[in-house]
Design a protein around this ligand. Structure first.
Ligand code: NA7
Length: 488
């Protein structure tokens, strides 16, 4: 870190104390800058890991990779960690880096307005702050998608969304319907199949499944990680895993690549684990593998063959007071309905009213959907940066790793600004437009655009994601092209 950055004692406001907001705070502290606040709408840190508490919640990225590079964790219990363990990890990092005094809890930011070269930030409680830099770390998936399913209001049992889990509702030995076949629905069905009397899985679109073993780390392994930092670093940067992730990122960007065909073959073969031919046919997707975010599960195909699990495929059903009525007119009785129906994915940063130069709001700029230069900056919004913002890499990667690279990019921009002795930096409209045109063109050639509906698509059906390899994203993040920015 150069002197310029170290001496930067300008004020930062970070919005959100999830994984990436915490990252920004920790990085600022490590530069000796304590002139910042993290505004968090809830009463504790954790973001998505605070909000999602459903049974079976597991991160599909290996735990040692889903870890800050600077805070390795020898204690991960399994290859893929559960949600509560991940939340506990973030809470331990909050303590370790003494971040708590910088977090303003129960402060939901309502507006963030650029005025006279600074941002005036106001919370719902009426708190105001004035900052030189704003880091929006508001997350990707946190506005639940509550579908309007016919008859839903008439249901007399309990009904709730997976991200608003009602822990007061008993599930043991109950009859539960789970609607939705994303990672969430699959994990819930697997977990409930072990404790509920009946589980019915309503799959509007069946999913392709990659089978992963989720073994526990032994006490000897954990002790070795504790005693040997190199071993811990090695598993964090596991070479084989890194190669596999890179290969996966090549596959999704080139649907006809050998890497994609390998995945294709693998998931087709997995179907043979389903013995009953009619069930196998029923759950065979009618779109290409990885078109929707691919699902990793150790046991899903075993689970759907259990005696207490039923699968209903297709969207033709309605909710009735005592259960769900399927297209054939039969009523299936349930005590609980879980909506594992995903999130509103175009809500980036909003509903916060962010206003940039000339009184133009982010809402207006994003009229056609949220986009950003390299997922980090938007023209007309000087000194406003996003972590895990729109059109970033999302395909089964560690978003912690993505956020760390984005932060180092933002740091370089600010360093350049400081060394120029100026106060405002913004991406040029021309650079943003050129980037976006190339991104859209490439996005149309990815596997996500091969004919399925998913949360990766924008309202025009174009994948709203990073369309190139993960390593290309890291390269872009390693060296900003300063010509694409205006410094004033
Ligand atoms: P996803 O992956 O967006 O999945 C949502 C599921 O809900 C999907 O199967 C949808 O079916 C289904 N859905 C949505 N609306 C309806 C209605 N109206 N009727 C029936 N089924 C419906 O969300 P998740 O929470 O599982 O995962 C989100 C991400 O979180 C995941 O990718 C990881 O990154 C973590 P569809 O496929 O649209 O037919």
């Amino acid at each position: 870190m150069s002197e310029h950055c170290r001496s930067d004692n300008k004020r930062y406001v970070i919005i959100g104390a999830g994984m990436s907001g915490m990252l920004a705070g920790i990085k600022l502290l490590s530069q000796g800058n304590s002139n910042f606040s993290i505004y968090e709408k809830a009463e504790k840190i954790g973001g998505t890991w605070r909000e999602n508490t459903y049974p079976g919640l597991t991160c599909d990225v290996p735990a040692h990779s889903y870890t800050y590079s600077f805070a390795p964790n020898p204690e991960w219990s399994r290859v893929l960690a559960g949600g509560d363990e991940i939340q506990a990890y973030f809470e331990s990092v909050e303590k370790m880096y003494k971040l708590t005094p910088y977090i303003r809890f129960n402060e939901e930011i309502e507006s963030c307005v650029y005025q006279d070269g600074k941002y005036v930030i106001t919370s719902k409680n009426g708190t105001t702050d004035v900052a030189d830099f704003v880091i929006a770390a508001t997350g990707v998936l946190h506005h639940p998608n509550i579908p309007r399913i016919a008859g839903m209001d008439t249901f007399q049992g309990d009904i709730f969304h997976s991200a608003r889990w009602d822990h007061s509702v008993a599930l043991d030995n109950k009859r539960v319907a789970v609607i939705g076949t994303g990672s969430t629905g699959v994990q819930i069905v697997s977990a409930l199949s072990k404790r509920s009397a009946r589980v019915a899985h309503f799959q509007r679109s069946p999913q392709w499944i990659r089978i992963v073993e989720n073994r526990a780390f032994t006490e000897e392994e954990k002790a070795a990680f504790r005693n040997n930092p190199k071993l811990l670093k090695d598993i964090q940067n596991d070479k084989e895993l890194q190669e596999n992730i890179e290969k996966f990122s090549q596959a999704i960007t080139d649907p006809d690549s050998p890497a994609m065909l390998e995945i294709d073959q693998e998931v087709h073969e997995n179907l043979s684990l389903i013995k009953d031919v009619s069930l196998r046919e029923k759950v065979t997707p009618n779109y290409r593998p990885a078109c929707k975010r691919i699902i990793y599960s150790p046991d899903f195909y075993d689970v759907i063959q259990r005696e207490n699990v039923d699968v209903f495929v297709g969207g033709g059903f309605e909710v009735v007071p005592n259960g769900i009525k399927t297209e054939d007119g039969r009523v299936h009785e349930f005590d609980v309905i879980v909506l594992a129906t995903g999130f509103q994915t175009d809500k980036f940063v909003r509903p916060i009213n962010v206003v940039g130069e000339n009184g133009i709001s982010l809402d207006e700029v994003w009229n056609e959907g949220p986009t950003a230069y390299l997922a980090v900056a938007v023209p007309g919004f000087p000194n406003f940066f996003m972590l895990n913002g729109p059109s970033g890499p999302v395909g089964n990667f560690s978003l912690i790793e993505i956020a760390e690279h984005q932060w180092s990019y933002i740091e370089k921009l600010i360093e350049r600004l400081n060394s120029a002795g100026k106060s405002n930096i913004s991406v040029k409209t021309s650079a943003y437009q050129e980037f976006e045109a190339k991104r859209v063109k490439a996005a149309k050639n990815t596997i996500f655009a091969t004919g399925c509906q998913s949360w990766y698509l924008d309202k025009n059906g174009v994948p709203a994601t990073w369309p190139w390899t993960r390593s290309r994203f890291f390269e872009e993040m390693s060296a900003p092209n300063f010509e694409n920015f205006t410094i004033a």
